[in-house]
Design a protein. Structure first.
Length: 232
């Protein structure tokens, strides 16, 4: 190579040098950023791509996920209690009859949630029953023998349908007062939507094997409703 260079003219040597003028450029910005980082705030020079093996924490909260320890529905419970109290007072002001509806958990079957009234506070005489494992809402008619119907989780089904709660505690005479009945049905639609929304929250947020583990009673001014695993 040395002899080849000796044999070319000075003009050719100059042209070769001109092709390599300017030198090489080395990007040191990454090292500069590393040097200027403060202690504890070092940024990696290379970011691991999606094929890396770094594991991330699970964010799945699908009902039934064993990573959930408890589910707090106190906010939803407060809304339900307010809706039931409003409905009771509204029907009382229209028909002079207080339905006395309130929420309770079944004592015999902890996986069942009940809407009952102040005169029927046991498992066998509920007005509405929601089963956590199956997600089914049942309406009980106080006939002889009693009849049972499955309702959808909405105000039309729960409140104003043929098996709705609108006529609960009303006499045959009161049911024939069309103007008053329409007002009662309007109130029943509102509370029916609230009941449906509450049980929908249970259906979508509470694992099917959970029961109520903490609850304030129906007359308590606090609103506490927490679900958790059934104790052995």
């Amino acid at each position: 190579m040395k002899h080849i260079l000796n044999n070319i003219s000075q003009e050719e040597k100059q042209r070769i040098l001109e092709q390599h003028s300017g030198g090489k450029f080395i990007d040191t910005s990454g090292f500069k950023r590393l040097l200027e980082s403060k202690l504890g705030n070092v940024k990696p020079l290379l970011m691991e791509g999606p094929t890396g093996t770094t594991q991330t924490a699970a964010t799945n909260t699908t009902p039934g996920d064993p990573s959930q320890s408890t589910v707090d529905l106190s906010t939803e419970y407060a809304t339900l209690k307010t809706a039931l109290a409003t409905y009771n007072s509204t029907v009382n002001s229209i028909m002079e009859v207080n339905p006395g509806l309130f929420f309770m958990q079944s004592e015999k079957s902890p996986s069942e949630l009940l809407i009952s009234d102040l005169s029927r506070q046991d498992d066998s005489t509920f007005l509405l029953k929601y089963n956590i494992p199956t997600g089914v809402l049942t309406r009980r008619l106080n006939s002889s023998p009693p009849k049972f119907f499955t309702l959808q989780l909405n105000g039309d089904s729960i409140g104003t349908s043929g098996q709705g709660i609108w006529y609960f505690r009303l006499s045959d005479e009161q049911r024939n007062k069309a103007n008053k009945v329409e007002k009662v049905k309007a109130a029943a639609k509102i509370v029916g939507d609230a009941i449906g929304a509450f049980f929908t929250a249970v259906q979508t947020k509470v694992p099917k094997n959970y029961v109520v583990t903490q609850r304030s009673n129906s007359t308590d001014t606090t609103n506490l409703l927490v679900f958790g695993p059934k104790s052995a």
